[in-house]
Design a protein around this ligand. Structure first.
Ligand code: SAH
Length: 289
């Protein structure tokens, strides 16, 4: 998978991104911004489309496995560890912190919308109707070589998630009004390209995420490439279509050294989200001036 160029995979045309500095205006125009997420992003529709496991193979299940494998390699034995980790744009999902919950003692989940944060709380508090993450948890445990540990793993995760906060990646402090001490790790999967309407907005938002980290702290991120929109139920949400090189340069310009960049042709079902590959990045914030 390493270094695969997805150039031939599809004839997706990168939408015109001339909006540049006018991204705020664009958000009011065609782009689905925060208001649309708050009003129309239904966690159950999102989960049903991208995280339902009926056992049959699907591009969505493969994408989940890809992420769990990358995260296992990153946070597993000999990998990243520390005290605090902040996950940005968690949505209604918890799979992304399964690997990290054994190497960080204090995890913050966050999302823009009330509904997504409620869905997370439901799972954390084992409330009736909480989403069933068992298949993903079992897969994560299999990667660790101990598939029988899944219940213990769920409890461990529930114990180390200390808070679920509102976040907006467009704010200088994305977790405002909360103020957290600088973290050892910031994680963000499949969220920044949805929250940002232009490359400029993406670059600025990455700098906001960098401000949450200690010098020398790590950013771990998966970004879908060349995705201009995706479906959640009957609703279509916009994204900024990014090229691998743009993501890479944005990470470098936000003050990071890239330690790992995995470029894979992994893509969703075209009717759900017509991306063209994905990249997984581990980067380290430069250790001070
Ligand atoms: N990380 C999850 C969810 C991704 S869906 C996963 O891996 O599946 C995209 C998420 O971005 C949604 O939950 C949405 O609420 C969130 N989002 C949208 N705008 C945002 C913003 N301005 N700041 C932070 N999150 C935002």
């Amino acid at each position: 998978m390493l270094g695969v160029e997805p150039g031939e995979l599809g004839a997706l045309i990168r939408p015109d991104s001339k909006e540049g500095a006018h991204f705020r205006d664009t958000m009011k125009g065609g782009f689905t911004g925060g208001d649309e997420y708050q009003k129309h992003f239904l966690p159950r529709d999102y989960l049903a489309t991208y995280y339902s496991f009926d056992g049959s193979p699907s591009p969505e299940a493969e994408m989940l496995k890809f992420n769990l494998e990358c995260l296992h390699k990153t946070f597993g034995p000999g990998g990243l560890q520390g005290d605090t980790l902040i996950d940005i744009g968690s949505g209604p999902t918890i799979y992304q912190v399964l690997a990290a919950c054994d190497s960080f003692q204090d995890i913050t989940l966050s999302d823009f919308t009330d509904r997504n944060r409620e869905e997370l709380e439901k799972w954390l508090k084992k409330e009736p109707g909480a989403y069933d993450w068992t298949p993903a948890v079992k897969f994560a445990c299999e990667l660790e070589g101990n598939s029988g540990r899944w219940e213990e793993k769920e409890e461990k995760l529930r114990a180390v998630v200390k808070r679920v906060l509102k976040c907006d990646v467009h704010l200088g402090n994305p977790l405002a009004p909360a103020v957290l001490p600088p973290a050892d790790c910031v994680l963000t999967l499949l969220a920044m390209e949805c929250a940002c309407c232009s490359l400029d907005a993406y670059r600025a938002a990455l700098c906001n995420l960098a401000s949450l980290l200690k010098p020398g702290g790590h950013l771990v991120t998966t970004v879908t490439l060349r995705l201009s929109s995706y479906m959640v139920g009957k609703r279509e949400f916009s994204c900024v279509a990014l090229e691998k090189e743009e993501v890479e340069q944005a990470v470098l310009d936000a003050g990071f050294d890239i330690e790992q960049l995995l470029h894979s042709p992994q893509s969703y079902s075209v009717t759900n989200a017509a991306n063209n590959g994905v990249c997984f990045i581990v980067a380290r914030k430069k250790p001070g001036p």
